[in-house]
Design a protein around this ligand. Structure first.
Ligand SMILES: Nc1ncnc2c1ncn2[C@@H]1O[C@H](COP(=O)(O)OP(=O)(O)OP(=O)(O)O)[C@@H](O)[C@H]1O
Length: 187
């Protein structure tokens, strides 16, 4: 079962993802993958981290251009909007986090999010695709404008269940998703 969470920017997708992951962990289920929270300095967003859900290992996914210059950062490469992607760091954390799923057939793959920054790292993109293809259960947050044909095709082949987060359902949509994972995990 593949669950895909989508919705407009800022509507609460990550909040839903975090609620589901935390409830499933409380119930004793294992989640493997990564999430990418924004990092703020005051009101300014200076970048995004990439964090391994299972181990909490973390590194930079991307750093804003002004912050990168200020930090003398030299590990960044591609530019996405006003951010530099921190290629090697994000690749290592992301790939290691995803590969953990292969050692636990009952594990649930969790990724927040599959977006332009994550997909700009070619090796990480490939690992995301194999992890989705090989895992029995997954909860994935995707950018509303996801256009990656390979990923869209896997969603179609695996009959992914799409949940669109809206202001009107964001307080309870996680309950429904948790119930589905619990049902298939106890079958
Ligand atoms: N159920 C909710 N009720 C009230 N505020 C919420 C709710 N869910 C999220 N928010 C607030 O909305 C903001 C964005 O939430 P969140 O990061 O979960 O959204 P997102 O859709 O993942 O955003 P992005 O598109 O930037 O990844 C946060 O400040 C969060 O506290």
């Amino acid at each position: 079962m593949i669950v895909v969470i989508t919705g407009r920017p800022g509507v609460g997708k990550s909040t839903v993802f975090n609620r589901v992951v935390s409830r499933l962990k409380d119930l004793g289920l294992k989640i493997y993958g990564f999430y990418c929270p924004e990092v703020r300095e005051g009101s300014r967003r200076i970048g995004f981290k990439i964090i391994d859900i299972h181990t909490n290992d973390q590194g930079w996914l991307a750093i804003s251009m002004d912050k990168a210059i200020q930090m003398g950062f030299n590990r960044y490469s591609k530019r996405i909007g006003r951010y530099f992607v921190v290629y090697d760091e994000a690749k290592t954390i992301g790939i290691n986090a995803l590969r953990r799923i292969y050692s636990d057939p009952n594990g649930i793959l969790g990724i927040d999010e599959i977006g332009p920054m994550e997909l700009s790292i070619d090796e990480l993109r490939k690992e995301i695709i194999s992890a989705i293809m090989k895992s029995n259960k997954a909860i994935l947050v995707v950018h509303r404008n996801l256009s990656d044909r390979d990923i869209i095709d896997i969603f179609k082949r695996r009959n992914a269940l799409f949940y669109t987060v809206l202001e009107s359902n964001r307080e309870f949509i996680h309950d429904e998703i948790v119930k589905m994972f619990v049902n298939i995990s106890t079958m």
